[in-house]
Design a binder for this molecule. Structure first.
Ligand code: ZN
Ligand code: FE
Length: 260
């Protein structure tokens, strides 16, 4: 099994899993990179997984339908180009012989879902895979367009509780700009500084910084570190009242919105 990130638009990735014959893609906002990858590897498109309704995640679906031999799966509580099989928390889907569990992770959008493949004994797949759309980014998190800070906080906590080796396949290359913010929040975090160096090298070589891992994100992502004293203190300097993790998270998210 192969896991690849297809660059799309300015900073999106369309994740593709393929076994050399069949492929599934996640959040195809654009059909062109998907078509090119299918052609390049001689693959049949066996399914599409969608995390949320934003155009940069769904706008390629209709153009891919003529190539598609399988279902489109998407969030039950959102409107995406149909027909699609609606999924919500606790559902399981099987694609390419892999089983994905569905998690509700509202916050960026109201009905956002994530897909978790538990990764046991799949040749070529070293670890569990998480397709988390625009909820958890490396060193950051999605903006709150439809959900509340408390919802997003809970969604991120759920993802943070997954096994450390879980591969985080999010849909934007925002890592370096997120790390600039993370450095402002936690200047003393040596893990973050080392990670930033590795990410810089990857970007210079035109490589994705992703997938990240849940274990790494727990060390470097300020939005998963709201209980850390340095993070709470920084949030308080930006208006957080008290050190309750949700209050810290809320202040961090607002600070990030205005951070340049
Ligand atoms: Zn989005
Ligand atoms: Fe997006």
């Amino acid at each position: 099994m192969n896991l690849i990130a297809l660059p799309a638009f300015a900073d999106n990735y369309i994740w593709m899993l393929h076994d050399g014959a069949q492929a599934v893609v996640v959040d195809p906002g654009d059909e062109a990179p998907v078509r090119a990858a299918l052609d390049a590897h001689g693959l049949t498109l066996a399914g599409i997984l969608v995390t949320h309704h934003h155009p940069d995640h769904v706008a390629g679906i209709d153009a891919l339908r003529p190539l598609l031999h399988g279902p489109v799966y998407g969030p039950a509580r959102e409107k995406i180009p149909g027909p699609f099989t609606p999924l919500q928390d606790g559902a399981a889907v099987e694609v390419l012989g892999l089983r994905f569990k569905v998690l509700d992770v509202p916050g960026h959008t109201a009905g956002h879902i994530a897909y978790l493949q538990q990764g046991d004994a799949t040749p070529g797949l070293a670890a569990p895979i998480l397709f988390c759309g625009d909820t958890l980014f490396s060193a950051g998190c999605g903006r709150l367009f439809e959900g509340t800070p408390a919802q997003m906080f809970d969604s991120l906590q759920r993802l943070a509780a997954l096994p450390a080796q879980t591969q985080v396949c999010c849909t934007h290359e925002y890592t370096l700009s997120n790390l600039r913010f993370a450095a402002a929040v936690e200047p003393g975090n040596a893990d973050r500084a080392a990670y930033e160096q590795r990410c810089r090298e990857r970007r210079v070589a035109d490589q994705p910084t992703l997938p990240s891992s849940i274990g790494l994100e727990r060390q470097i992502n300020p939005f998963l570190r709201c209980a850390a004293p340095e993070v709470a203190a920084a949030a308080q300097s930006q208006g957080a009242i008290g050190n309750e993790p949700v209050a810290v998270f809320t202040a961090l998210r607002e600070w990030k919105n205005r951070f340049r």
